[in-house]
Design a protein. Sequence first.
Length: 707
Amino acid sequence: MKKITSIALNALLFLHCLLLFLIVFESSVKIPFWLQPVGRMHPILLHFPVAFIALLVLLNLLKGQLDKDTFKKINLFLLLITALSTVLATIMGFVLSLEGYESDVMRLHKWGGIILSFILYGLVVLREKTRLYQALLYVGLLGVVVVGHYGAGLTHGTGFITEPLLVAKKAEVNDNTPIYAAYIKPILDSKCTSCHNDQKQKGELNLSSIKGIAKGGKNGALWVAHQPERSLFMQRVHLPIEEKEHMPPEGKPQLTPNEIELLEAWILHGTNDTISFAELKENAPLKALVGEKWQKSNSSKIPQYDFDFADKTVLESLNSPYRTVIQKSPKSPAIDVSIYGESTYSLEHLTELSKIKEQLVFLNVSKLPIDSKAMAFIGTLTSLEQVILNGTGIESTDLKALEACVNLKSISLSSTNVDASVLNSLKQLKNLKEVFIWNTSITAEEVEDFKKALPSVKFFEGYVSDANTLVSLTPPILKGRVNVINSGDKVKIWHKMDGVQIRYTENGDVPDETSKLLESDLVIDLEGQRTKTIKAIAYKEGWKPSKVRNFTFQDKGYLPESFELEYEGILHEYTGSAKRILLDDVVMNNSGVYVSKFWSAFIEQPLIATADFGDETTTELKEIIISMGYSFYQSRANQCSVDYVELWTSNDKDDWKLVQKRSYKNTKNLNDIRNIVLKVPKGKHRYYKVVAQPSGIKMHVDQIFFY
């Protein structure tokens, strides 16, 4: 016991000296990423001091019931373990606080914990001073209660205990309640404010009030009015859940599809925090959404279906990264399906749904290359109530296939090629309630004719700007995102909205209304260079011009006859082959667009890629470039993930020669690893092998070039 006591006393002295050192030099302390998990163990350990000090107080209250020697031994043991667990929890909490949490409650919790740690160390030192020891013991008990109170305020909010009482007093939501107060704020409160509140502002962001939201965080404004696709909040929500920047973080309650849909609609409408349901225009998409899915008057009646539940194993087999198949609720057999990914789509993604044809009531195939065969299949979904065909390029004649969908209530045709003749097919849908037709060739006069022909159907024309409230256009986009080309290839830079003019420059100048007008596919002449940047801007009468978007095109170089990977890597938002990703003609550039599905990641196993240029090659390679993928949002520390790279050459694949090796272990500058250039020695080789070893976190690779 004496030896254990001696070790414990020395440990306490060392740990408190360490704590004192951390306090004094706090502003200079930098915690490496590998030590951050120690700080995050603080919530696990902090419960031990609470229990131990309670036992210590109870033991001292029962002192008279024990003999003197027994009491001293038990008391010393409890005292040492209490002091040790307290100082360890305090140091862990200090490390955790360096991750960026800062608020008044945080400061009170941190300094309260530090003071408590030294109080309990004082108990160890003064354990023989009976009266002083007893007084300090009860001060320590009170300190645990106070520090714990502030800690609970950090994790649950200062009003956590009284929240049920306050909720009970809330005014009933009605048509005059602001949409923000009635529906948006409750979503933020339940999914976001535990980490972003007055007391705990992770990322310097406070979502507990309009004032805090307007201020934004360290990464800028939370949302951009009328532009959910450019709003940081929605970008983070749509990131894959395993991504560090995904919000809410993995392990926290996630936003539901309905909540995401509402937030996007609210941002699209303009992020007005005072407008109520009653004040919304009848044709406003936000009003239709709130009325259908969020108002109590519309949610009191749960639809009843006469078909059976689908087999759960079938639902599981149909779910994939490019297709979500979700049962509406445990009590409803109805199923919602959404299919994603233009580049990965095939007709089978639709026809495989025949297994749940009877239960399928909602289908979203927006922005997919839907053709007549796909429409023919959709027409067999007789239980279908809502279908979203936005941006699919279908024409009016394709809608004839849906006439058999007798239960169809809602159809979205925005950004398609339908015209006024679509009315013939719409008339056949007897249960139709709403049609979305904004950004089509259907004129305002034709819409009025639609309304007369189908008085029970609501037609949504989308946002119509006026002279007083001009809204910025979204920037032009690159069709297919293919930006790795041969000189002379054609590319399509376009805009989803009809009637938009795209002006562009090829010489680096910022484009304006006097620049070249893009009238057809653009031929890219690389002019002997590896890259070329096109700057483009969108104009439309009644709208503000878009921001300028840069499109950087890169020379494709030489393609090997065959290409093999030893390890596939971690495929991300993509179903396919990593070796296809690395030669898929899509490379990320500095446009600020996060296209994570075009890279593959390596974390444990290295990238080992072998290229075979065949026996008859007359090409002598000069360089091999590894293009590293990167996140627009991640910190530099999380980007520099390469330990080393190697280049090997061979002519018979059995006798490899290492011709170059580079270490990036201590690299701090992200630009140093964005494009790793490996010089090929003079001479012709059939085989080239590239090895890239990650350094402990994900190493993102999106393309390999051979020049």
